[in-house]
Design a binder for this molecule. Structure first.
Ligand code: PLP
Length: 363
């Protein structure tokens, strides 16, 4: 018996996909027997080669970081004026941004990845309050966090806007020109557009990175999802140099580990793997969409790494799948929706197909 606090279930943490250990305990099914469809991570990861021993033995060096960043600049088609910073996963930056950006009204295009609202409202009153049908959290006198539902709701009070493109979980896509205009509007009042492009690798045309303005926009790029290496904890921030400098200082030395610097560089340079993967992911998402539609489920939207469905009895469907050892993403705050990631192998596709068939015959 230990009195250590459990870091993974403190009230400050919010639910995420990928909690196979929790599901194993709740449903009495061994962790190894689950089909995990609860994340948006590519199940066919970039193949990890044997890494040079120095990547493990030495502290991460400047030369390896410079090589990674030069390759990332090409991968993201960046302009010369924009800066880029490697980070230990973009989650680390979500947590820092509220400490380094100006106060004011923070507008989060919702529903979206819950950590954005969570990080900005960490010090708010416990449940927030409901204003004009919008969830609002008062953080302190000068900061208000609003969950909004369209870009048109961003008003003259808005200082920071947060948009995930394409959005998690509904796959909604936003127009690059519209996003650049919004960033310019916010810049004029000393604000920023935080653009989270965690799922943009499927289509480089979706990204604002090639046209990053001199100021007013901060782009977050996850590495782990498209490359299927979420455990490596690597990500990038593409932003004006002042923002990258501040993040660099806040994160301190050696924030990105040696294997991540090395492997990230290889994967970002491997255009053959990237092209093949885009094609394979598109095929798999089509297959998933077809399967869900055949099972009578209404698709709300998708990216090449997940598909969101709406169902009046989504809670029961989630329970049914869990009873069959299949974990999809259930949203406690939006119980009518379920998000499905891609099955990894034939046997997983078959298990999903079979369980959905049983479900549709029952209902
Ligand atoms: C939209 C979005 N942004 C950011 C993250 C954080 O990912 P990472 O820290 O691995 O870059 C996630 C994780 O699921 C996400 O879904």
């Amino acid at each position: 018996m230990t009195n250590q606090p459990d870091r993974f279930s403190t009230p400050s943490s919010i639910p995420h996909g990928g909690d196979i250990d929790g599901a194993a305990v709740r449903y009495g099914i061994a962790a190894t027997d689950w089909v995990d469809l609860s994340t948006g991570i590519n199940p066919h990861a970039y193949p990890v080669p044997e890494l040079p021993a120095t990547a493990w033995h030495r502290l991460p060096g400047q030369a390896a970081e410079a090589r990674l960043l030069a390759t990332a600049r090409q991968y993201y088609s960046m302009t010369d004026t924009a800066d880029i910073c490697a980070v230990p996963g973009t989650q680390s930056v979500l947590q820092l941004l509220p400490h380094i950006l100006p106060s004011g009204q923070i507008d989060i295009l919702s529903p979206t990845y819950g950590e954005h609202a969570h990080c900005w409202s960490q010090h708010s009153c416990s449940n927030g309050n409901e204003l004009n049908g919008q969830k609002t959290f008062t953080v302190h006198q000068t900061r208000t966090v609003r969950e909004i539902h369209s870009i048109s709701e961003i008003n003259t009070e808005s200082k920071i806007a947060i948009i995930v493109n394409p959005n998690n979980p509904n796959g909604k896509r936003y127009n690059v020109i519209e996003l650049l205009e919004l960033a310019e509007t916010l810049r004029c009042r000393g604000g920023f557009l935080i653009l989270d492009e965690a799922f943009a690798d499927e289509d480089p045309e979706l990204s604002c990175a090639p046209s990053l303005p001199e100021d007013g926009m901060i782009i977050l790029r996850s590495f782990g999802k498209f490359f299927g290496l979420a455990g490596l904890r690597l990500g990038f921030v593409i932003a004006p140099p002042a923002i990258c400098d501040t993040l660099h200082r806040r994160l301190g030395p050696w924030a990105v580990n040696g294997p991540a610097l090395h492997l990230g560089q290889l994967a970002l340079a491997d255009t053959v793997w990237q092209q093949q993967t885009r094609g394979q992911l598109a095929k798999s998402t089509d297959r998933l969409r077809q399967l869900l539609v055949q099972s009578g489920l209404e698709i709300i939207g998708s990216t090449s790494l997940f598909c969101l469905i709406k169902h009046p009895d989504a809670t029961a469907l989630h329970e049914h799948l869990c009873a069959h050892g299949i974990l999809c993403r259930f949203f406690e705050d939006r119980p009518g929706f379920l998000r499905f990631g891609l099955p990894e192998m034939d046997s997983h596709w078959q298990r999903l197909e079979k369980s959905l068939l049983v479900w549709s015959e029952k209902s």
